[in-house]
Ligand binder design. Structure first.
Ligand code: DAH
Length: 365
């Protein structure tokens, strides 16, 4: 074979191979090109190499030298193609990189997925804000409680059905609650203070946020104006309106001359800020051990009434339990379900949706 023919073959091979490896190919196409040109058995380089034998003897050194150069160039083109980011090949960014452009501001960016607060957290934040404007400070209390704060101090005696193990999540770990004259006391002064000793063997997951009323009043002299939002637990079967864990907002106001009218205006202001300016609220007579009188609170909703929770004037026994003088101060308290408030605001028909952690649902709020 004439040297010029062989060199022409090499040029064609080089140009075909480098074009193939420079193409913006995915991993599979690149591998196919590798086999086509660099394949050990039937690659085009191999077949061109066979032609080397046919070149006139005098021209062999020149032909061999050029063959080696071409082979190295093709191998380098393949290595460069391998280094290209595979994931973006075929995209505008991939083409920009292939074209040697390091930054192209016209390429659409990759939008980061932003997280957001859970709808219950959003509702709690708004409720705190509304009540904050009315002068109520937000406080927290523990979710694992002793029977003194969950029951006893709230005027719920040992034989009360609300303390039934079927109605509560009791914990195995025991605690001794000792109190005298309404004051809870620690283990150290058992002897001194044990005018009446009640052995209450089990801690429990709090069944209501009313516990926080007691914790605050034990530590603070009147006047008191607080709300507390948080989780409570009851062994309820989950359905569209029940869940074994849910949230309550508790409110407590203690001062001189507090009346039922203050309670109603506070809840009305609360409902109008939380829902709509034309929301009505309604009280129905009810019973809670820790308030007297007690009411159920309803709010107007879609032409009817929706039950939001309970409220009332703090029972004198509760005031005495924390060392307040019921002749000096009075107060009101309320406890509302936060899931209900959230469901009503967002027209959620099944509260179980709130706890499935399906981002397609949660993303909407
Ligand atoms: N703790 C009650 C419950 O969970 C709700 C409640 C009723 C709270 C009346 C109050 C109240 O503060 O005054 O069912």
């Amino acid at each position: 074979m004439a040297l010029s023919d062989f060199l022409a073959e090499l040029d064609a091979l080089l140009s075909d191979a480098t074009t193939a490896f420079a193409a913006d190919a995915d991993a599979a196409a690149l591998e196919a090109a590798r086999i086509q040109y660099l394949g050990a058995a039937n690659g085009r380089i191999k077949s061109v190499q066979k032609g080397l034998k046919e070149v006139d003897k005098a021209d062999k050194p020149a032909a061999g030298k050029r063959f080696n150069e071409v082979k190295q160039e093709i191998e380098a083109a393949f290595e460069a193609a391998k280094e290209r980011p595979v994931a973006i090949s075929g995209t505008a960014a991939g083409r920009a990189i292939a074209a040697g452009v390091s930054f192209d501001p016209t390429i659409p960016g990759i939008r980061p997925r932003l997280g957001r607060l859970h709808p219950i957290t959003q509702t709690i934040d708004e409720l705190k804000e509304i009540m904050g404007r009315l002068g109520f400070t937000a406080v927290d209390g523990p979710e694992v409680e002793d029977p003194w704060h969950n029951f006893e101090a709230l005027n719920i005696p040992a034989e009360h059905p609300a303390r039934d193990p079927l109605e509560n999540f009791y914990l195995e770990k025991g605690v001794r609650t000792i109190f005298r004259g309404g004051q809870a006391a620690g283990g150290d002064n058992v002897e001194k203070t044990a005018a009446k000793t009640v052995l209450t063997p089990f801690m429990l997951l709090r069944s209501q946020t009313s516990t926080v009323q007691i914790r605050v009043m034990e530590k603070t002299p009147p006047p008191v104006r607080i709300i507390s939002c948080g989780r409570v637990y009851r062994p309820d079967t989950a359905d569209a309106t029940h869940y074994p864990m849910f949230h309550q907002i508790e409110g407590l106001l203690i001062d001189r001359h507090v009346t039922m009218a203050d309670l109603k205006s506070t809840l009305r202001l609360f409902a109008r800020s939380a829902f709509a300016p034309d929301v009505h609220i309604r009280f129905r007579p009810s019973f809670f051990p820790f308030t007297e009188p007690s009411v159920e609170v309803d709010m107007s909703w879609q032409g009817g009434w929706m039950e939001m929770g309970g409220a009332g004037m703090v029972d004198p026994n509760v005031l005495r339990a924390v060392g307040y003088d019921p002749e000096e101060v009075t107060g009101f308290a309320f406890g509302l379900g936060i899931e209900r408030i959230c469901a009503r605001r967002h027209v959620i028909t099944d509260i179980r949706e709130l706890y499935k952690n399906d981002v397609r649902f949660l993303h909407q709020f």
